[in-house]
Design a protein around this ligand. Structure first.
Ligand SMILES: [Zn+2]
Length: 293
């Protein structure tokens, strides 16, 4: 008789394998951090410390939340239902100036509890004091891709704007061998980051072979501001700075023109399949990403 830590049986298993196989009345045995057996019908003789009867239920891989600012759970009710820039500039940025590491750690733990309750086992975060986000994720056992937000103004975490890249590099080095925490370079947006900061961020991401993550074309206001400043759409601006590439995850991309979409497609981007399924305003929003080859 073989041993396992956990057996889940009698459920409908969505394997998400290359054939999208669905196993009715299936079983899964888990040992350590791996699935040791999976199938349908008669289960091999396995003894487990815990057995869950999933009759009538679906058993599926954990969900992935592609874009979070997890610690902002603690800002709920501060300012709701406002246009993005009004919300950011009048309420959120001022509140974040007084933030500290404990706030971020606690807010992230709350977000993680909610993620686990909804079946989310991986998230991609951009925020301040991101070391605390990594620690909270580690404590909760949730896989993550996280990075310190970078912009042209000072941060309550790393101080003057120039220090953000140093802080990010120290995070990359510290967590590089961790099995569940990965670090990305995360300039906030085209309207809060100078071309110099964007290019330096890109260089750092390429140097360490980590993803570069940024908000792009989230509002019409952003698109017109970038056009006025650089005579380019946000995607054209990214392209001209050399940022479109296999390592870039562009969040939102709500307001793209046909030529932007063509440009992204030319660089190998495709809409995240999750976004197609969830619709324009679904939980992935209109996140576009390059599918890693
Ligand atoms: Zn965001």
């Amino acid at each position: 008789m073989q041993n396992a830590d956990l057996i889940i049986k009698n459920g409908t298993i969505l394997t998400m394998d290359s054939k999208n196989s669905i196993l009715e009345n299936g079983f899964i045995a888990i040992r350590g951090d791996s699935i040791s057996h999976m199938g349908t019908g008669d289960m091999p003789s396995i003894k487990a410390a815990k057995v869950i009867d999933a009759k009538g239920g679906l058993v599926l891989p954990g969900l992935v939340n592609g874009h979070t600012h997890a610690a902002m759970t603690l800002f709920r009710g501060l300012a709701d239902d406002l246009p993005l820039m009004q919300w950011l500039e009048n309420y959120i940025f001022p509140a974040e100036r007084n933030m500290d590491a404990e706030f971020v750690y606690t807010g992230t733990l709350l977000a993680l509890a909610e993620m686990i309750l909804s079946g989310t086992t991986t998230f991609c975060d951009m925020y301040l004091f991101e070391e605390e986000v990594a620690k909270a994720a580690k404590k909760a056992g949730v896989r993550c891709l996280v990075g310190e937000v970078l912009y042209d103004f000072p941060s309550p975490n790393y101080g003057s704007a120039g220090k953000g890249l140093e802080y990010t590099e120290s995070l990359i080095q510290k967590w590089q061998d961790d099995p569940i925490v990965s670090i990305a370079v995360e300039p906030h947006s085209l309207f809060t980051c100078s071309p110099e900061l964007l290019m330096a961020s890109n260089e750092l991401a390429l140097k360490h072979r980590v993803p570069l993550i940024i908000h792009v074309a989230e509002t019409l206001n952003e698109v017109s501001e970038i056009k006025k400043k650089y005579a380019k759409t946000p995607i054209e601006h990214l392209h001209s700075l050399g940022l479109l590439g296999t390592h870039l995850i562009a969040d939102h991309c709500v307001h793209l023109g046909q030529s932007d979409i063509k440009k992204m497609a030319k660089h190998g981007y495709r809409a995240d399949p999750g976004a197609d399924q969830a619709g324009r305003d679904g939980w992935l929003g209109n996140r576009w990403m390059r599918i890693q080859q």
